[in-house]
Design a protein. Structure first.
Length: 102
């Protein structure tokens, strides 16, 4: 149990460090967000069934996307896992940068 907690903590720190180093391109993120708008809305505010992305902290957003891509984080529909698995780390950073500006 302690090893799992230690590994999870290290994983979170590595994600945060990678995000800070890579940075995101909000303009590219805006183009990529067209795929997200169908569920999260054009403004990223979500609805009763879909969480808001607008204003989300970039590191938190990237960590969530990576979690969906790896299967560590689940959503009921499974759509996020399929979508996130096709994103590169730079795509994730770009999306996070864009949604942080809303």
């Amino acid at each position: 149990m302690k090893i799992r907690l230690l590994l999870a903590t290290l994983f979170v720190f590595m994600l945060a460090a990678g995000t800070v180093q890579a940075g995101g391109d909000a303009a590219n993120g805006q183009a990529l967000s067209e795929d997200c708008a169908g569920c999260h809305g054009d403004d990223g505010k979500g609805d009763d069934e879909t969480p808001a992305l607008a204003g989300m902290d970039e590191a938190t957003h990237v960590a969530a996307l990576k979690g969906f891509a790896s299967g560590e984080r689940e959503d009921e529909s499974g759509m996020m896992a399929d979508y996130a698995a096709d994103l590169s780390e730079q795509d994730m950073a770009d999306l996070a940068a864009y949604y942080a500006t809303l």
